[in-house]
Design a protein around this ligand. Structure first.
Ligand SMILES: [Zn+2]
Length: 468
């Protein structure tokens, strides 16, 4: 039975989707004004893994994740780069999709942009106003938080704490205009001449960020959805406000399960621009010594609710683990085939491993325990290869491991890393030495390559290499 930890109840709950066999899932996507950082990537990768697991278990997942393609950050970046707001949004939306593809993230079922839903957003606000849940002051519209009885629940703070924190958290709003300082903007007036504004009954302006997600959920997934996901920093105010708006609008539960991922710390400090440890995926992937799949694997191997501790050493350790997986998967691929019978004992062991794998993942997507099972599967694979098991047995092991690994985004078992230039030169030199039968030189070069982390093997077709 699938269980998920619901931030709303702070409990693990059994997962029952609204429609049998189908999951309606929404992940808050990035504001597209810059390259995504490793924290954004963690959220993207964690929920891609959860989606892939649910799909592997037979659910049809309607996975919606948005782009926020408007607002102050987009405007400011446009001014900095001499681009229009639309050009900024296009540039960084493309960059996000490129990074996500490199991290082997499955494309979303829909990837809506906030600017495509302006009419629906205005209509949403009009209805809230008609019901007394919102009020207009000077071209701005605010949500009346004290009219919504469960406003503070998802934040797990009491109203007094929220009021105290609100001024700092709900920046950008004009506090003097509000009836209560926890009230938040649904619509913001915009009168600057060079900035995009949309028409509304309250004058030109643009929607508040929270409203965007409520409306895109409503239009694309319906009144109540199964899973709403995002980073834990979004629980308040963003998700708290989405919940208040949507439930006021429909008078129904908005989300059955709220799932939040933990932070990424960099070199044991919180990542922030001021500490200078703000790492973008774009920069990381510019470095040829980092393999995108290694980065994906590093991000995915920590349970989604726990913090990920990033350091270059830990990333390299993850890459080494992944290389072990590659080596075994490549060895299996070489031997797999249709010939022979499937060994009953091996099949039985695989079946037991799969039960444990499912047990681990069904328990709030316990990737750490599930990966332990994968590594036991790899041990079984290596033993079966040593024992000279039949092609059919090897093929069965390969298929099962590939299915499990796919959930973590590990799909491509071919060596994809570029050899460093230095290593290429040493390999050429070594090939020449072997041609000249200078085996002392050849051995010496092999040792030098080993120091670079590259293992050389000699076969009938010449030298082949593996990363150690
Ligand atoms: Zn959102």
């Amino acid at each position: 039975m699938q269980t998920v930890y619901n931030t709303y109840s702070l409990e693990k709950e059994s997962f029952t989707p609204i429609e049998k066999g189908k999951v309606r899932m929404y992940l808050c996507g990035p504001t597209v004004y810059n390259y995504i950082h490793i924290g954004n990537a963690r959220s993207t990768v964690a929920f891609d893994t959860i989606r892939k697991y649910l799909e592997w278990r037979g659910y049809e997942v309607n996975f919606v994740s948005n782009f926020t393609d408007l607002g102050d950050k987009v405007i400011a970046q446009g001014e900095k780069e001499g681009l229009t707001e639309e050009e900024v949004a296009d540039k960084y939306a493309d960059a996000f999709l490129e990074d996500a593809a490199a991290l082997n993230v499955e494309p979303a079922s829909s990837r809506p942009r906030a600017t495509q839903f302006m009419e629906e957003m205005v209509a949403f606000v009009e209805k809230l106003m008609a019901e007394g849940m919102a009020y207009e002051v000077n071209g701005n519209v605010y949500f009346r938080t004290n009219q919504f009885k469960d406003y503070a629940v998802l934040s797990h703070q009491n109203m007094d704490e929220l009021k105290k924190n609100a001024a700092g958290r709900l920046d950008g709003d004009d506090q003097d205009e509000k009836e209560n300082n926890t009230d938040f903007a649904l619509w913001k007036k915009e009168v600057r001449p060079d900035v995009t504004a949309w028409p509304s009954p309250w004058g030109p302006g643009r929607p508040g960020w929270h409203l965007e997600c409520s409306v895109m959920n409503d239009v694309l997934l319906g009144e109540t959805i199964d899973i709403h996901a995002g980073g834990i920093d979004l629980a308040f105010p963003h998700h708290t406000n989405e919940l208040a708006q949507s439930e006021s609008y429909h008078g129904k539960t908005f989300v059955n399960y709220w799932l939040h991922n933990g932070f990424v710390n960099v070199n044991d400090e919180k990542m922030s621009k001021s500490l200078g440890n703000f790492i973008t995926i774009h920069d990381l992937l510019e470095d040829d010594s980092i393999e995108p799949q290694g980065l994906r694997y590093f991000l995915v191997k920590t349970h989604y609710r726990r913090p990920v501790a990033y350091s270059r050493d830990r990333l390299d350790q993850a890459q080494q683990e992944l290389d072990k997986i590659y080596r075994t998967m490549r060895a299996l691929a070489k031997k797999a085939g249709a010939a022979g019978e499937v060994d009953a004992a091996v099949a039985a062991q695989l079946h037991l491993l799969e039960e444990r794998f499912i047990g681990a993942m069904d328990d709030d997507f316990g990737v750490e325990n599930a990966l332990t099972v994968v590594f036991e599967g790899l041990t079984l694979a290596n033993r079966s290869l040593e024992e000279g098991q039949s092609e059919a047995t090897v093929q069965l092991i390969e298929q099962k491991l590939a299915e499990w690994l796919h959930i973590f985004g590990v799909d491509n078992f071919e060596e994809s890393r570029e050899l460093p230039t230095e290593a290429k030169a040493l390999l050429e030199e070594r090939a020449q030495a072997r041609k000249n039968k200078d085996f002392a030189k050849s051995d010496e070069l092999r040792d030098q390559l080993k120091e670079l982390g590259i293992l050389v093997k000699d076969g009938r077709d010449g030298q082949s290499v593996e990363f150690i």
